[in-house]
Write a protein that binds this ligand. Structure first.
Ligand code: ASP
Length: 313
């Protein structure tokens, strides 16, 4: 096999803001190329997963991605309880230690901005695997890859984002990525207590991306291409009254699916609680389990880009 050295394309993955159109197209192309690959291109490299909040898909798909490229994995879940954080160590000091043990650190934390803080002190790449209600850029990249794969394009689509848009970090990151495409339209469907935050809405205005804010899912889906449903992020609420008002009328069931165009897809970053009725799962437009599977290929692409390894010519 002939190999050519590839320059490192990314220093860290902290925010969706980092990804312009060219970089997004590169991620999509590399994820397509790496899907199903098992080789040794990251042989000898070590990835640490440092998770202060629960995770199933993100942690396991990162681990699977690293192993499929020949690398090794170390890690701690429940890092708040099982790492020196419980003794009072700062995140910055923990990162200064873990970078001595690994070539890349995948970090999930409960505070918005934590990955950015880690990247400031780290001498190895930091990957934001979710920072509280802040962002979840690698999920948004796999969401974008899924839209490409399912619908063949992103330009010109009407994307409905629905559920807990205020605390849902995946919806925030995805909305940012979608602004990089031509002719995209977004509808934000949620009760007022969990609507999309003004920082994202004002960025859409600056980039001249048309959007609608509503609590009417039945109205929004009739001409959509994608419905992106999200879980109400129960763990982020301090006021039980607000949590009670957060669901509104945004559940997806068979009746709602009748209003959805045949070409459209339903996505969800998972885990699902009750916001999509399981009766929808058998509908071919339900793309959420296919979407979760796409996480491995996208994370392989990111690890390749971060570690600047060689790849087949
Ligand atoms: N798994 C996603 C996240 O970590 C979505 C969720 O938890 O609802 O943000």
């Amino acid at each position: 096999m002939v190999t050519t050295a590839q320059p490192r394309l990314l220093d860290h993955v902290v925010s969706a803001h980092q990804f312009d159109r060219d970089l997004l197209e590169h991620v999509v192309a590399r994820a397509s190329a790496l899907d199903g690959v098992r080789d040794r291109r990251l042989d000898g490299r070590i990835m640490a997963t440092l998770f202060y909040e629960p995770s199933t898909r993100t942690r396991l798909s990162f681990e699977s991605a690293m192993v499929r490229l020949g690398g090794s994995v170390i890690g701690t879940e429940a890092a708040r309880e099982f790492s020196s954080a419980i003794k009072g160590e700062t995140l910055e000091d923990t990162i200064r230690m873990v970078e001595a043990y690994a070539d890349v650190i995948v970090l999930r934390h409960d505070e918005a901005g934590a990955a950015g803080r880690a990247a400031v002190v780290a001498r190895v790449p930091i990957v934001n695997a979710g920072d509280g209600p802040g962002e979840h850029p690698t999920q948004a990249l796999l969401d974008l890859f899924t839209i490409h794969r399912e619908l063949g394009r992103v330009d010109g689509l009407h994307v409905v984002l629905c559920g807990d848009l205020r605390h849902g970090r995946t919806a925030r990151s995805l909305a940012l990525l979608l602004t990089r495409y031509e002719g995209v339209r977004m509808s934000f469907v949620a009760p007022a207590v969990v609507q999309m935050e003004p920082d994202i809405l004002s960025l859409l205005e600056t980039r001249r991306v048309p959007y609608t804010v509503t609590d009417n899912l039945r109205g929004a889906v009739t001409d959509c291409d994608v419905v992106y449903q999200t879980r109400i992020q129960k763990e982020r609420f301090t006021d039980p009254g607000e949590f009670g008002r957060a669901r509104g009328d945004t559940r997806i069931d068979a009746r709602l699916m009748e209003r959805l165009p045949q070409r459209a897809i339903v996505m969800h970053p998972l885990p699902r609680v009750d916001e999509i009725d399981p009766e929808v799962d058998a509908d071919p437009r339900a793309a959420y389990f296919r979407q979760a599977r796409n996480g491995v290929a996208v994370r392989m692409a990111l690890l390749e880009m971060l570690l600047g390894e060689t790849s087949p010519a």
